[in-house]
Ligand binder design. Structure first.
Ligand code: DQA
Length: 165
């Protein structure tokens, strides 16, 4: 293990410790590519996941993507993240605006979470302006298409490394 010197003491350098990030995609995001491309772009979910894994390699983190249309499956996956992953990047889709259960699961495991959206939810219908997740997330990135995910991943990794540094 590499070490670094702090106040003349040699301490293990945790800043580059392998991190694992759970990427959660909520309902209907499996349809990306064909779903309202004017709003969500033309990339498929597989292509977005590919870009996230590649970005993870650059950042030296493992990226584990998962998508479900079912609220309970997403809740279970969040619970199972404990001990496996150090942070969560989530696009909860429509559950962003409706799900107290997802918010409580994220608060319950207390893993640093970044919320992302392809579209700018604040430029759209009023019912999309409220997020149940935002108050328990480190931050939210909305409106940059696939870049929202990539920027969100960078921000999450930066946050995790800073906490440990
Ligand atoms: C979305 C925005 C949500 O309002 C919507 O229900 C989605 C996708 C986005 O990525 O822009 O399914 O989360």
């Amino acid at each position: 293990m590499s070490v670094r010197v702090v106040n003349s003491l040699k301490v293990p350098d945790l800043t580059l410790q392998p991190l694992s990030i759970l990427v959660l995609h909520g309902p209907n995001l499996n349809l990306l590519g064909q779903r309202e491309p004017g709003i969500y772009g033309s990339l498929t979910l597989a292509e977005i996941n590919h870009l996230l894994v590649a970005e993870g390699k650059k950042l030296q983190v493992e990226v584990s993507p998962m998508q479900s249309n079912h609220e309970g499956v997403l809740v279970d996956t969040i619970h199972q993240a404990l001990g496996k992953h150090q942070g969560i990047l989530i696009n909860a889709g429509a559950y962003t605006h409706t799900s107290v259960a997802l918010r409580d699961a994220l608060a319950g495991v207390n893993l640093p979470t970044v919320e992302v959206h392809l579209s700018n939810i604040y430029r759209r219908e009023e019912f999309r302006h409220h997020s149940y997740i935002a108050p328990i997330a480190i931050g939210q990135i909305s409106g940059f298409g696939v870049q929202s995910y990539l920027l969100g991943l960078q921000a999450l990794v930066h946050h995790l490394r800073k906490d440990k540094g």
